[in-house]
Design a protein around this ligand. Structure first.
Ligand code: ADP
Ligand code: MG
Length: 444
């Protein structure tokens, strides 16, 4: 916000300018707002209002550049020029515009966690949002369900509207596009439909795979696409797979999707899952111990929607069963007992590995976690740790913790032991066992 930006600018200016200069012109400027990329500063000295832009524009621009506020400028106003009521009206109208554009207020770049899994998709979305029509057009984002495609598209829309409320932004699912088309045909309002879609500046069209096999809709979409594209309007498309894998999609559409940039989003790695949970906890003002968030991240691996669902469930469970108490890992475990990843066939978690190894060696879950170190328990435990290391990206310390609060060195030792045995006299036999276990874990 304005205050924090000016605070940073001030720090640099103070170090660059002579104290008396700084005190005279900058010390009591009041940051009142940021409008788009303009920092609005207020002064009650008429002289300052004229003189600061004349003498210090370059200094201030250097500060913005140094702070990576790209293309930022400033404006000095007098007290009567800033009207909080007018500002509120503007906020209201921005709100109205986002509604008109079908944007969910929660899906913004601010609420989006960047990770190795979505880095390119995120960066290209930001680029498109900063310079609509001038970078990647169309931008095609694809990936599995619940990985953040819709969230990114809405974020692009919000960002563009915030920079330029005059831009006509529209988010639709492909299904809505089709339904509106069908309605317009039966109501004789095709012209209205065309005007609506061909006169916008930014079209965000979600889940395009839905158009597979819908020839009439594809035809209309093709013309919409061409009109927008030729007018240099930004088009962003999402799908659950890359264009060439969408079945029964006309070649002329498929090839247009390749004119721009195609990026994918993958399932999040462990660190990103934890970061996402931290963000969600913060947004919802929940104070939850990191150990609990790590536990959830360990156990829900495939999909961010499921990850959010698990967090909600843990919080609800804790409030109902232990009101007023801090949530701990034990509660989380209870809460998620019957809550499995809908993709659990694919999701390989520490928990799943432990279960599979238990099954194979006829042990109980408690045995994995117990302190007992008899050979019957210790070896399967080491194999399970080795598998966790091999098949997941969960950090060693967390693997150790899940095995009854052991240390990461225990996990390293287990991996070394198993590797050594694989190269030993009975290596082949062990390898077959491990392959068998792996098949069961992977669910083949
Ligand atoms: P998709 O459209 O790919 O099926 P969504 O965009 O609907 O997925 O995302 C599902 C949920 O996960 C949403 O609530 C969204 O806010 C959240 N989500 C997805 N990716 C992220 C991320 N990188 N950071 C924060 N939240 C995310
Ligand atoms: Mg979606």
């Amino acid at each position: 916000d304005a205050e924090s930006i000016y605070e940073e600018v001030k720090t640099i200016l103070e170090s660059k300018l002579m104290t008396v200069t700084f005190d005279t012109w900058f010390r009591d400027l009041v940051p009142v707002a940021v409008e788009g990329k303009t920092l609005i500063l207020q002064t009650d000295k008429p002289l300052a209002k004229d003189l600061i832009p004349m003498r210090f524009t370059k200094d201030i621009a250097d500060c913005f550049a140094q702070l990576n506020y790209e293309d930022f400028t400033f404006k000095i106003i007098s007290p009567d020029e800033y009207d909080p009521e007018a500002q509120k009206k503007e906020d209201d109208s921005l709100h109205a515009l986002t509604q008109k554009a079908n944007l969910n207020p929660r899906y913004t770049f601010d609420n989006f966690v960047e990770g190795a899994n979505n880095r390119l998709a995120y960066a290209s979305s930001v680029a498109v949002a900063d310079y609509p029509g001038n970078t990647y057009n169309p931008l095609f984002v694809w990936g599995g369900s619940g990985l953040g495609k819709t969230h990114l598209m809405h974020s692009i829309g919000h960002h563009i509207l915030k920079n330029d409320p005059a831009k006509k932004v529209l988010y639709v699912s492909s299904e809505t596009f089709m339904n509106e088309l069908i309605n317009s045909i039966s109501n004789n309002t095709s012209t209205k439909f065309r005007d609506k879609y061909r006169q916008i500046d930014v079209l965000l069209i979600d889940d395009i795979q839905f158009l597979g096999g819908k020839e009439g809709t594809q035809d209309e979409f093709f013309h919409t696409f061409n009109t927008l594209y030729e007018a240099n309007k930004q088009i962003v498309i999402s799908g659950d797979r890359p264009p060439e894998e969408i079945e029964r999609l006309e070649e002329r559409i498929r090839s247009r999707f390749k004119w721009g940039l195609i990026v994918d989003i993958k399932p999040p790695d462990y660190e990103t899952r934890v970061a996402i949970l931290q963000k969600k906890a913060k947004i919802n003002e929940l104070n939850i111990d990191l150990s609990v968030l790590s536990y959830i991240a360990d156990n829900i691996a495939s999909n961010i929607r499921e990850l959010e669902g698990a967090l909600t469930r843990v919080v609800a469970y804790a409030r109902l069963t232990c009101p007023g108490k801090n949530i701990d890992v034990e509660m989380a475990r209870e809460a998620l007992k019957d809550f499995t990843d809908s993709d659990s066939q694919k999701a390989i978690t520490v928990h799943r590995i432990m279960e599979t190894v238990c099954e194979r060696y006829n042990l109980r879950m408690e045995d994995m976690k117990s302190k007992k170190r008899t050979k019957e328990l210790a070896y399967p435990r080491q194999i399970a740790m080795y598998m966790c290391r091999k098949l997941t990206d969960v950090p060693l310390a967390n693997i150790g913790k899940d095995f009854g609060g052991r240390d990461h060195t225990t996990v390293i030792h287990a991996c070394e032991k198993v590797t050594e045995d694989l190269n030993g006299d009975h290596g082949d036999e062990l390898r077959r066992s491990l392959e068998d276990i792996e098949r069961r874990i992977v669910g083949e």
